[in-house]
Design a protein around this ligand. Structure first.
Ligand SMILES: [Zn+2]
Length: 173
C-alpha cells in the first residue's frame, strides 16, 4: 500500500477549486499525447513543456497547466505523488526530460517515486530513473512554515529554527 498525501498547503488556495475543470487521468500513450497537445496550445511552441502533475490514489497520472496548483489538478483529493514533469519534443514524439517532486501543497517524499514509476510505465514514453532534483519537505514546529530542504540545510527559512529529521508536513500546528 503506497502512502497517500493530503493537501497541506494554505487553505485560501484550496478555496479556488470551484473554478477548476475536471482533469482526466492519463492512462494510455494516446491520452498522454492528447493532453500534451492541449497544454502546448496554451504556450509558445518550443522543444520543452513543463507541466504540473499528480498521481491520484488509483495510481493514475494527471497533468495540468504549470500555473495550476497541484491541489487543483487533484481536485482537492489526496495523491500518491505530485510535482513537475518536463516533456521534450524529439522527432515528432515526446519523451520526459525531467521529473521533480516539487509540490509545497502536498510535500510528497522522494519515496513517492514508486507511484510515479508505476503510472509512467504504462504510457510507453521514455522517462528518467528518478526525481531530478528530489526534494525533502519539513514543516517548522515553531512557525508552521513548510520548508523545501536544499543542500541538507535543515533550518527554517522564516524563523531559523532547526527542522525535524523526519517528514512531518501533515502535522497540525
Ligand atoms: Zn519556522
Amino acid at each position: 500500500m503506497l502512502k497517500q498525501y493530503n493537501y497541506v498547503g494554505p487553505p485560501e488556495i484550496r478555496a479556488q477549486l470551484n473554478s477548476v475543470r475536471m482533469s482526466r487521468p492519463v492512462n494510455t500513450h494516446q491520452a498522454l499525447l492528447h493532453q500534451i497537445e492541449l497544454l502546448t496550445a496554451e504556450f509558445n511552441d518550443g522543444p520543452y513543456l513543463t507541466v504540473t502533475f499528480i498521481i491520484d490514489t488509483e495510481g493514475h497520472l494527471h497533468i495540468c497547466d504549470r500555473h495550476q496548483e497541484h491541489v487543483a489538478c487533484a481536485l482537492g483529493r489526496p495523491v500518491l505523488s505530485a510535482g513537475e514533469i518536463t516533456f521534450a519534443l524529439q522527432h515528432a514524439d515526446y519523451y520526459i526530460e525531467r521529473i521533480t517532486n516539487q509540490s509545497t501543497g502536498y510535500c510528497p517524499e522522494p519515496a513517492s517515486w514508486q507511484a510515479v514509476d508505476s503510472a509512467l510505465r504504462r504510457l510507453e514514453i521514455h522517462y528518467p530513473d528518478f526525481f531530478e532534483p528530489a526534494y525533502d519537505f519539513r514543516r517548522c514546529l515553531h512557525c508552521a512554515q513548510i520548508n523545501l530542504i536544499k543542500d541538507n540545510y535543515y533550518i527554517c527559512a522564516v524563523c531559523e529554527t532547526d527542522l525535524p529529521a523526519f517528514w512531518n508536513c501533515d502535522q497540525k500546528e
